[in-house]
Design a protein around this ligand. Structure first.
Ligand SMILES: [Zn+2]
Length: 498
């Protein structure tokens, strides 16, 4: 009897192990429906010339610091950069029309296609750059606004974000025009003027396109690229941004009588604000690994993941808790799988021996595509509803569209083209759909179509990425070439397929 029971248990365990292993072996690979595209070779592009041109674009100090920049009278660098575009890329300017989007300095180019039935391609980049922190200029290996080429790099603010993309797009478009290419599908190029502060230019540009009933086949903006090594696998991998997180700040306020700190009450306004912050920190928004973009990201990355990781991911019914705690143990992984909670500003009384009559905090949330603004507000209110007198209001950050973007589909022409180009760029490394943690101008374009993607056809190493918004922002000359050729391949592939 006992023997038979043991055999029975052993049998069940063996079946279970087999089940777990089979799931692990079958886990991963691209989502079904991804269209692999035969790529055409790009037109001839002079890479050294392109790098030199990027250096020139960097010299125009199109710096935005605050919402509303450039202020009236400060438009000079933008207007000079725009004049430079015309003289540097005459062939593209011959075939395309250019208009300034009303209300700012955002540009919209239209290269009319021959087939009016084909939905247009919308390419995006931005003209503005973040400032260089005062006092850090001398930390740079080359001055931040000189556009010097040194040791194979183009140095300067905007090299990565986002003049590298802008110049890469111009190089591709100009080379195609010079080559005699005539697009079937209309090509639109939108260059925002204030992405780093609000993206009001892109918002207005998208409104203009909407008023013309334009529904692009694909919108392509900055956001991700191919990297080597990927933080997920330690090997090359290309990320294509299929969504970006939203942005919401909440004001927390407690009012009280105040008074002298020699006779304080318990649970003062300041303490209640502190309790609210601890409650929010202790109880993070829930994670969700079972829906795109996170589920599709891990599936696509799986072939290069260690077997045990794949086994755990494939069997989340058993190892879900382990997977969740391992991913959320670092800030980047945590930001990938949930809405993050960041208390950033605090006020109390203005004097050390005076009790606060008003204590406040601002908590900045980056909303995951699996949550809404309402979810965040409900979560914050529910966790703090036992704190007397606490008021929660939405801070007016002046940002439109606080929620996360929708998640763009993978089973369409746009994703097929981008993953084909990324695949070639990386010599066959996995291409995975990613979640952009910051905000890009393309978030507005979801008003036009679901097919919004964030990808630069460049291959970067950890060292190359360090300069984003920081010291020694630079782009390799090789990557300038990859961008120019990659954009040309994307344009050609989008044009040759229906
Ligand atoms: Zn940018």
């Amino acid at each position: 009897m006992m023997k038979r029971l043991l055999f029975g248990v052993g049998g069940i365990v063996a079946v279970l192990i087999a089940f777990i292993l089979i799931r692990a072996f079958n886990y991963g690979g691209q989502a079904p429906g991804i269209q692999v595209i035969e790529l055409s070779p790009p037109p001839a592009i002079d890479i050294d010339r392109a790098a030199y041109n990027l250096g020139e674009a960097i010299r125009y100090q199109t710096v935005t610091v605050a919402r509303g920049d450039p202020r009236p009278g400060q438009e000079g660098p933008w207007l000079e950069l725009q004049a430079w575009m015309k003289t540097t890329y005459p062939d593209f300017h011959r075939v395309a029309t250019r208009e300034t989007v009303p209300g700012g300095l955002t540009l919209l180019y239209t290269w009319a296609g021959t087939d009016k039935d084909m939905a247009p391609l919308l390419l995006m980049a931005h003209q503005d750059v973040v400032p260089v922190n005062i006092g850090t200029e001398s930390d740079w290996d080359a001055p931040p606004f000189a556009g010097e080429i040194k040791d194979g790099y183009v140095y300067g603010r905007g090299a990565l974000d986002d003049k590298g993309s802008m110049v890469g797009l111009f190089e591709a478009l100009n080379a195609l025009a010079l080559d005699g290419f005539r697009p079937r599908r209309t090509i639109l190029l939108m260059l925002g003027h204030d992405e780093e502060v609000s993206g009001s230019g892109a918002a207005a540009g998208v409104d203009l396109l909407a008023s013309r009933q334009i529904v692009p086949e694909m919108v392509l903006d900055e956001g991700f690229m191919a990297v080597n090594p990927s933080p997920l696998t330690g090997k090359p991998m290309a990320f294509i941004g299929v969504a970006e997180k939203g942005y919401l700040s909440l004001n927390l306020t407690v009012k009280a009588a105040g008074g002298h700190s020699s006779t304080p009450p318990r649970d003062s306004a300041t303490v209640r604000i502190a309790r609210a912050l601890v409650a929010l920190d202790d109880n993070q928004m829930p994670s969700n690994l079972s829906e795109p973009p996170v589920s599709t990201l891990f599936r696509a990355a799986a072939p290069d993941l260690p077997f045990l990781t794949r086994l755990a991911l494939a069997n989340q019914w058993l190892f879900g808790g382990l997977v969740e705690s391992s991913i959320s143990s670092g800030p980047a992984g945590n930001a990938l799988i949930r809405t993050t909670t960041a208390p950033t500003m605090l006020t109390g009384s203005a004097k050390e021996n005076v009790l606060a009559q008003r204590a406040t905090a601002i908590v900045n949330f980056r909303i995951h595509p699996n949550d809404t603004e309402e979810d965040v507000l409900d979560h914050a209110r529910r966790l703090t509803n036992n704190i007397e007198g606490l008021e929660i209001t939405v801070a007016n950050s002046g940002i439109r569209g606080a929620g996360a973007s929708p998640v763009s589909p993978l089973d369409n022409l746009a994703y097929g083209v981008l993953s084909s180009v990324a695949h070639e760029l990386t010599d066959g490394a996995p291409v995975v759909p990613g979640l952009v943690l910051g905000a890009t101008d393309s978030r507005y374009a979801n008003a036009l179509t679901d097919n919004v993607y964030r990808f630069m056809p460049a291959l970067m190493e950890a060292e190359d990425l360090r300069g984003f918004h920081g010291t020694n922002e630079r782009l390799t000359v090789e990557n300038v070439g990859r961008l120019a050729r990659g954009y040309a391949q994307i344009i050609l592939a989008m044009d040759s397929a229906d």
